[in-house]
Design a protein around this ligand. Structure first.
Ligand SMILES: [Zn+2]
Length: 122
């Protein structure tokens, strides 16, 4: 069966063994290096977003507990997609944390900010 597989890096038709994924060692390493650096960039961006989130929570919550409009966080660029851990109370409330700083979404677009006192231990 003629497969006509193409190298995902340069598009050249691949000859030889059917388990060969790239046309050459050079294409394979170029491809793998780029994938690794994409992964690295993603991790770096997530780490950055988490640190920024933590800083925003810390700045808005100097006393360890405060209720604010959600908009206050949004204005500063808080990214609700990223958090480090969650804590579910027996009542089923879910607190989301960025390191030792956490929050609980309340009704009417308000947010309760809290601090985990014994971080990093329970
Ligand atoms: Zn190639």
């Amino acid at each position: 069966m003629a497969t006509n597989r193409k190298c995902p890096e340069c598009g050249a038709v691949i000859n030889g063994r059917t388990d060969k994924k790239f046309c050459s060692d050079s294409c394979r390493s170029t491809h793998n290096n780029r994938e690794n650096s994409d992964r690295f960039n993603l991790m770096r961006n997530v780490n950055h977003a988490l640190r920024k989130n933590r800083r925003i929570l810390e700045e808005l919550n100097p006393k360890g507990k405060v209720t604010l409009p959600r908009q206050k966080l949004e204005e500063r660029g808080f990214n609700f997609k990223y958090f480090t851990n969650m804590y579910r109370t027996r009542q089923g409330l879910v607190y989301l944390y960025c390191y030792e700083h956490g929050y609980l979404p309340l009704e009417k677009d308000y947010i309760l900010l809290v601090r985990w006192r014994d971080w990093p231990h329970p």
